[in-house]
Design a protein around this ligand. Structure first.
Ligand SMILES: Cc1ncc(COP(=O)(O)O)c(C=O)c1O
Length: 400
């Protein structure tokens, strides 16, 4: 059973946890789902890879998410296990990984009824045709390159047919007798709505060159979550940029739209509550780190809002920038920060690290025997990003 608390402070007072705890806020997840579904004029596919915890998926489904961007059979199976009893149209899986195994493709089609697949190469089209017995009831989305370096985490260079190659692939898909579509990913934590408009302009050029109708356009994920110093436009601004670009396009203006948010839907819905095991000057040794649920903070240099939780005490007002070490014996297990916290933070305190619903539990490893898997529900609002935090981050960026 998952315990439930009014706040992270109450959780810490009750459990005094020595291991990291995931604090899930289903009400926040449900609200995010409702907001995205209301703002986007098409299907909102949740990118399951971002956080596949069943409680997260249930909350999103409760908020109206009916489509799922899946990358593997285990993800498809999880959606099926959770929502298999629901009508099929309320749990639609789209297999959006452009490189799939033949058996996985066949299982998706035959066992799970998946009808939408992404691809970025003629070999993959051959594979899909062979694995599905030359099916004609598919929607095949050609993943094309998006303009590079538009986001905090550039996803280019691995997947995506070039603008030169994509038209031939679109024609080959059309010739296979299946419904044709285009998709791209602008990169994760993309702060600029204009990046989607640029990618849609490129998709329009590809459709123009291909000279086949493209009735489906999937604008991928990449929508930003709130971190300290990463002020983002609200999702409706991104949705409007998409709609405006599609309307002014020549070839995509009647396309059915899809998007695949991961991070932006779930980041605010989960905190990680960690304990300070030791303090050495301006370094804190935590029970979670770069090999655990905080790994994204290391390689993306995102700064989440953090608050100190000290049952029976109140931290001082003066603040200092800290470096955070994780619990393994590996010296790469460090988050250099600086992370600004009350100057009197000490061993035994707990930290609530906010905005940790995305790419946290799914990236943790059991390295050195540490593998946190304790979950609770929290009923309070997420950790707020304060003007002080923003000012500290601006200072750090200026002096870096
Ligand atoms: C195909 C695809 N769609 C959607 C996403 C979700 O991206 P984000 O979490 O940035 O919204 C990803 C992330 O890697 C992806 O590969």
């Amino acid at each position: 059973m998952t315990l439930s608390f009014d706040s992270a402070a109450e959780l810490v007072a009750a459990l005094r946890p020595e291991e990291p705890v995931f604090g899930l806020r289903p009400h926040v997840l449900r609200q995010a789902a409702e907001d995205y579904v209301a703002a986007f004029p098409g299907d909102v596919l949740y990118a399951v890879k971002c956080n596949d915890d069943p409680r997260v998926l249930q909350a999103l489904h409760g908020g109206g998410i009916r489509h799922f961007d899946t990358a593997s059979i285990p993800e498809v199976a999880r959606i099926n296990d959770l929502f298999g009893h629901e009508p099929a149209e309320t749990r639609v899986c789209h297999y959006m990984h452009p490189v799939k195994g033949p058996e996985a493709t066949a299982a998706a089609y035959r066992q799970y009824g998946v009808r939408c697949f992404a691809l970025d190469h003629p070999d993959e089209l051959d594979k899909i045709r062979a694995a599905t017995g030359d099916a004609r009831d598919l929607t095949l989305l050609v993943r094309m390159e998006a303009p590079r370096n538009q986001a905090t985490f550039d996803l280019g260079g691995k997947f995506g047919a070039s603008v030169e190659d994509a038209p031939d692939l679109l024609r080959a898909v059309a010739a296979s007798g299946n419904q044709v579509g285009l998709t791209f990913h602008v990169g994760s934590q993309c702060l600029n709505p204009g990046a989607y408009a640029r990618a849609i302009d490129l998709a329009d050029q590809v459709a123009e060159r291909a000279r086949v109708a493209v009735p489906v356009l999937d604008v991928g994920g990449g929508f930003p979550a709130d971190y300290v110093g990463a002020a983002t436009a609200p999702f409706p601004a991104f949705a409007q940029a998409v709609v405006a670009a599609v309307r002014r396009s020549k070839n995509l203006r009647h396309a059915r739209l899809q998007c695949e948010p991961g991070r932006a839907l779930v980041a605010a819905g989960c905190s990680v509550v960690v304990q300070v095991l030791a303090r050495r000057g301006e370094a804190l040794y935590l029970n979670d780190g770069a090999y655990g649920s905080l790994s994204e903070l290391r390689y993306l240099e995102l700064v989440p809002p953090i608050r100190v939780l000290r049952p029976g005490g109140r931290p001082g007002r003066a603040r200092l920038g800290f470096k955070l070490f994780g619990p393994t014996c590996d010296s790469a297990d460090v988050l250099p920060g600086p992370y600004w916290l009350p100057a009197d933070v000490a061993a035994g305190d707990w930290l609530e690290v906010g905005q940790m619903g995305a790419y946290s539990n799914v990236l943790r490893t059991p390295f050195n025997g540490f593998y946190a898997d304790r979950w609770v529900y929290l009923r309070d609002p997420p950790v707020a990003i304060t003007p002080d935090m923003e000012a500290e981050r601006r200072f750090d960026l200026r002096t870096a």
